[in-house]
Design a protein around this ligand. Structure first.
Ligand code: PLP
Length: 625
């Protein structure tokens, strides 16, 4: 546990149990140790087709814990409730979940259900997101907010106005100045009085990667001059009383409470100015940005950690709003936040299998064979032996590297054969090992697509805690990087927590070696693509059930099949199958063609990822005739 700093980034949900496996405390309480669930047991149940109750799902696998999600929501709400109470703040906190962080139906439905007692709402940034938020909120608390962000056209605005008509507590937030004209026109046409918010472009700038769009030159929101023009337009239209919410977002992963308080304080001044200008202000929406400590370092100097707790975050927000509003004698507004990352990151674990390893130099030592170092190379071999026997290890290393370079040149000219080149590679590797340079970092092949399942590792080099989910009581003997299934050299993970460029790992044995990517419940599923036509993972939902350490799988869904991913690119799997079947009847016997067709059908129906040899049915592909 210490090697991978599980307690640092995993608490209070993940720890290591006595069996050396990752254990999940889905209620987030360390005192309920009898309720801990062994992640490996879940994985075995989900994947094993042979065990009793085994579900036979293919890897990669997302394991979702709705209880973790419930706990995250409750912790966020109670952090604000506590700060509001202890500071004597004059209003309440009412959060929304930005669905773009993970639009999975069950995640969103759970949030609406779990958040209903405290009026937790949703935020949408596009038309389909708005449609899903509207339908989910029909089953939620009627006071829950529906915040409509993002760039809008007449259709988006009409939809938001309809949401209002359907008694959903909807706020249309102006992202661009022109949207105000459409809102005025359409609301008059549809005879609906909207609630309007506006997104301000703050001067406060967040300097990390996630703050790239903050500050005066940021992509989103209205400048001071634009805000003044919008107020004027609404006043002229007799709709200034509709302007009730001020929104801003200074970026994800806000590193410190000092920066947070600075931004919130600036926004609170704008809020008070809008009150002064006659708007009917009620809510300050501080956007997202509540950070996650991906490496457990509690540092505010990196993009993957934050230097505050949930309680400290809430206290900083409440104090900053209160300080400005009280000074200006403005009634304390409702505080809304749009935390996404902090709500959904912990609720799922991506589990994938390492299927084999190779040394980064291609397993050369096994090819070392001194007979191939005869002829021209025997002189070199003699010099090297002398240096080794003389204990001059530095010279040994320099010498072997020079020898290798020379041999590669000779190979290109055709004067050294492949066996000789392999023997020289093997010799170099042996020398490196013998002089204690250590085993080179190995490449672990994983049954996964980085582009589909951990796209931020590729796109923005984000680092997630990735560790084996078992054998954690066994000292890892190897260091490795992870290499995925795609035919793309970017499909790798070679950046890990603590600034490491390789991960301590165990030898892959026959029993399966499972790794978990933790804290990836936000953004990764929503951003993933179909590179090489690898689709999303299988998913299971797991809840605590009665009895010590017991759990129930409440939902199990295989990932998209080969047919499904082909359909995404406009292919027609049914027609493709018919074409291939027809061809089979032309080229092989009737009996074999029928078997072959069912084998093909099976491949169309299965996920694109590797299947273990034990579940591959060779008989489905008869090619003997
Ligand atoms: N709200 C808005 C407008 C955003 O752009 C984002 C993310 O970029 C969020 C909320 C969610 O931010 P986070 O996941 O950091 O909480």
């Amino acid at each position: 546990a210490a090697l991978y700093n599980v307690d640092g980034w995993g608490g209070p949900y993940f720890s290591v149990n006595a069996a050396g496996n990752i254990s999940v405390r889905s209620h987030g309480s360390a005192t309920l140790s009898h309720q801990e669930i062994d992640l490996l047991k879940i994985v075995k149940k989900a994947s094993d087709p042979k065990s009793v109750g085994g579900l036979g799902l293919q890897f990669p696998l997302i394991v979702r814990f709705p209880d973790v999600l419930k706990n995250r929501l409750e912790c966020l709400q109670s952090a604000f409730d506590y700060a509001i109470q202890s500071e004597g703040y004059g209003s309440h906190y009412q959060g929304v979940y930005p669905v773009k962080c993970n639009q999975d139906r069950f995640v969103v439905e759970d949030i609406v259900k779990f958040g209903s007692p405290f009026r937790f709402g949703l935020e949408a940034g596009s038309k389909p997101e708005l449609l899903l938020a509207m339908s989910c909120l029909c089953k939620g608390n009627p006071d829950a907010l529906l915040i409509c962000n993002g760039f809008k056209d007449a259709e988006y605005i009409s939809l938001a106005l309809v949401a209002n008509k359907l008694a959903l507590n909807t706020v249309i937030v102006l992202e661009q100045e022109e949207e105000v004209d459409l809102i005025v026109e359409l609301s008059k046409k549809l005879c609906i009085k909207p609630v309007i918010g506006l997104r301000a472009k703050l001067r406060t700038k967040h300097s990390g990667h996630f703050g790239a769009t903050s500050g005066e030159k940021g992509k989103f929101g209205l400048t001071t001059a634009q805000i003044l023009r919008v107020v004027k337009k609404l006043d002229l239209a007799g709709m200034l009383d509709c302007l009730q919410l001020l929104h801003f977002h200074i970026g994800s992963q806000i590193p410190s409470t000092a920066l947070l308080a600075d931004g919130v304080g600036e926004a609170a001044q704008i809020y008070c100015e809008l009150v002064r200008l006659g708007a009917n202000m009620r809510v300050i929406d501080i956007g997202g940005g509540l950070g996650i400590d991906y490496d457990g370092s509690k540092s505010c100097d990196s993009d993957i950690s934050v230097g505050y707790s949930l309680d400290e975050y809430a206290a900083a927000v409440v104090r900053a709003v209160q300080c400005v509003c009280d000074r200006r004698s403005v009634k304390n507004p409702v505080i809304c936040s749009e935390s996404g990352r902090a709500i959904v990151s912990h609720q799922s674990v991506l589990v994938f299998e390492a299927v084999g390893t190779s040394s980064t130099v291609g397993g050369a030592s096994s090819a070392f064979s001194s007979p191939y170092l005869a002829g021209d190379l025997s002189e070199d071999y003699r010099f090297l032996s002398e240096a080794a026997f003389g204990g001059d290890y530095e010279r040994c290393l320099v010498y072997t590297e020079e020898l290798k370079e020379r041999c590669v040149e000779q190979f290109k000219q055709g004067t050294v054969c492949m066996e000789q080149l392999a023997a020289v590679d093997g010799l170099c590797e042996l020398v490196r090992k013998a002089v204690g340079v250590g085993e080179p970092v190995r490449r672990y092949h994983v049954n996964l697509s980085v582009f589909t399942s951990i796209p931020d590792a590729w796109g923005i080099e984000q680092v997630f805690p990735i560790i084996p989910i078992h054998r954690l009581d066994e000292k890892p003997s190897v260091r490795g990087i992870l290499s995925d299934l795609t035919c793309d050299s970017d499909g790798k993970i070679d950046k890990f927590i603590n600034g490491e460029s390789s991960l301590p790992l165990h030898e892959v044995d026959g029993g399966g070696y499972y790794l978990g990517m933790f804290l990836g419940g936000a953004y990764e599923e929503a951003l993933g693509g179909f590179h090489n036509l690898f689709g999303g993972p299988s998913v299971v939902r797991v809840s605590q059930s009665d009895g010590p350490h017991s759990f129930a799988v409440t939902r199990a869904v295989p990932g998209p099949s080969c047919g499904d991913v082909l359909r995404v690119m406009q292919h027609q799997p049914e027609l493709m199958f018919e074409t291939l079947k027809h061809r089979a009847y032309e080229y092989v016997s009737q009996d074999n063609a029928a078997v072959l067709a069912s084998g093909l059908a099976r491949t169309f129906d299965r996920m694109p990822y590797l299947v273990p040899l034990s579940s591959f049915e060779e008989a489905a592909f008869p090619v003997s005739d």
